[in-house]
Design a protein around this ligand. Sequence first.
Ligand code: SF4
Length: 408
Amino acid sequence: MTDPRAIALDLVSAEAAAPGARAPESAAPAARTNLFDLDRASLERFFEETLGEKKFRAHQVMKWIHHRYVTDFAQMTDLGKALRAKLEAHAVVHAPQLVFDKASADGTHKWLLGMDPKNAIETVYIPDKGRGTLCVSSQVGCALNCQFCSTATQGFNRNLSTAEIIGQVWIAARHLGNVPHQQRKLTNVVMMGMGEPLANFDNVVRAMSIMRDDLGYGLANKRVTLSTAGMVPMIDRLAEESDVSLAVSLHAPFDELRTELVPLNKKYPLDQLMEACVRYARRKKSSVTFEYTLMKGVNDQPQHARALARLMRQFDNAVQMKDAAKVNLIPFNPFPGTRFERPDETAIRAFQKLLNDAGLIAPVRRTRGDDIDAACGQLKGQVMDRTRRQAEFRKQLQARGVGHEATR
Ligand code: SF4
């Protein structure tokens, strides 16, 4: 199948160019409200204030959209004719455009979704024993420039709307035949795709509210996870306004190294980040997951493991909860043009053993979907870069004599 990165968007021409591509759905008329943008509270308001209807009608419509995947008001048969006509006049249910999808031999599935004529993002489903996790994107590209991240090389274009975020869940759930509360194929959502979710706070929080709503996808709070590179003030705001699991992309136990890998660390260094995580864990009475991507010779040495263990123990003590810190070890997944390498299996196990010996839970995340470039840290999509990042990455590669195709 054609590689999604080989598709030059304009999406309409992509449809004709790519085998297996799907016809784009119709564009959302600007004057009508896209109901994918509204969570339960805002949909109730829309029904009362704009349509002059009772709240419970909003609940019926949510079920049609998120439980039965119906977007045509004419098919919402338990609504009266007059209401359907009003909805037709004022609203639309418009999903992102499905450019195409790819299945991995291991059951992982990836969708390339067009968000506008020039930009596309990727969404990945990872089935595992007794659970199915969807990795959802929050932005087109990312402005944060973490050095080991494929998305970062593409630069940044814009935030996704609530409709574009929940639309990823809707498309995947529909594809999987997910029936909330009955036949759950989709049990977990992680906001770990393209983008920094806390940089798109309102839209992400509203979308996560639909994920957790019984009239939406009915996921338990702890089964929706937001992963951040460490936007400290927004972690506190998240604690106030939402109720989801928190994951932090840590990747280094020392400020100097972390600033090199995650430049945001310069603004919010480790002590501030860890304090914000302590406040979150205390307030939510829950653990925090720290993601640690292992890169050969960079952050995988015994001194890194020992310092990481110390940091995590300090966190447990501050939260006053056993195992408040959970570490996820992610062996680096290489992408074309990267200067980082994956450590060998012995080094990975040695790092894990040092953490386990210090009493830490630290599973190693198995690589999934690498035959379709869907592994952790490999998502790219198609970004019309508004920063100079793509051009800079290309220049660096040329200087190192790496082929131009590596940047596509
Ligand atoms: S790791 Fe996350 S926050 Fe960092 S650049 Fe990639 S997408 Fe952005």
